[in-house]
Design a protein around this ligand. Structure first.
Ligand SMILES: CC(C)(COP(=O)(O)OP(=O)(O)OC[C@H]1O[C@@H](n2cnc3c(N)ncnc32)[C@H](O)[C@@H]1OP(=O)(O)O)[C@@H](O)C(=O)NCCC(=O)NCCS
Length: 219
């Protein structure tokens, strides 16, 4: 038997999407930013994210083919509105008689790591999945990806290892009024945060122009 259950404690409970890290839903107009974000990942991060060596052309192709009507893409922006973290929630084809599933893939740029951004993206994707009738959330990653394993474990996912790969599963309860409100609150907070950062950025630019030197960036 090559499969080993690392933390077999179903039924698992999705962790609550905290409001601390704002997560926005992205659309096709964000393609360039998504591409820039992914191209900033180094070889090892690309290997961890996509499971194999991933040259720039493959990333370009992946971004061009992102289907925003079928899937959902989430993003987290830093104070300069740089896409610091992004997650792709891909809806898997529905198989008759089987629960609907989605696959989650995530990346956070090194400068943003360890601040809860990956956790927030997973939490937002979990609650969005519930609210869109997804019953199983699935993450495929390399078994030595300790940061992703930690994220999965914190989210209460069941992890199975096989041949150096790991699959993490989260069985999601159906949507309820609180999951709907939770997602709406997070979306509102993320929009508010984005507008605030955009205003700070604009006012910083204006002051830089006025003073003839760059001014301190807001946190
Ligand atoms: C995995 C990844 C998204 C995590 O993003 P992040 O924003 O740093 O995540 P968070 O800050 O929310 O949490 C990371 C957790 O992993 C832990 N962690 C980080 N590196 C670790 C390591 N080497 N070993 C064990 N735990 C580790 C952190 O301590 C933290 O746990 P804590 O909250 O209990 O302290 C990021 O590292 C990344 O983009 N990696 C490259 C791409 C990738 O691996 N994607 C996943 C496959 S789809």
């Amino acid at each position: 038997m090559h499969n080993k259950l690392a933390n077999n404690h179903l039924p698992s409970k999705p962790h609550a999407a905290g409001l601390v890290v704002p997560v926005r839903e992205l659309h096709a107009g964000h393609r360039d930013e998504i591409l820039r974000h992914l191209l900033l990942l180094n070889d090892e991060d690309r290997r961890l994210r996509f499971g194999t060596q991933t040259p720039d052309e493959v990333i370009q192709h992946y971004v061009e083919r992102l289907n925003f009507n079928r899937d959902t893409v989430f993003g987290s922006f830093d104070s300069q509105l740089k896409l610091i973290g992004m997650a792709h929630l891909a809806y898997l084809p529905k198989i008759k008689g089987q629960a609907q599933s989605a696959e989650f893939g995530v990346s956070v740029l090194p400068s943003g790591r360890g601040q809860g951004i990956g956790t927030a993206l997973l939490a937002r994707a979990s609650v969005h999945s519930r609210n869109t009738r997804i019953e199983n959330l699935f993450v495929h990653c390399l078994a030595n990806n300790r940061a992703m394993m930690r994220l999965a474990q914190k989210a209460g996912m069941r992890v199975e290892y096989a041949y150096g790969d790991a699959d993490a599963y989260l069985k999601l309860p159906p949507a309820n009024p609180s999951s709907i409100v939770e997602e709406a609150a997070n979306a509102q907070w993320a929009n508010f945060d984005y507008v605030l950062k955009a205003n700070f950025k604009r006012s910083n630019k204006a002051w830089s122009w006025f003073l003839g030197k760059s001014v301190a960036r807001p946190i």
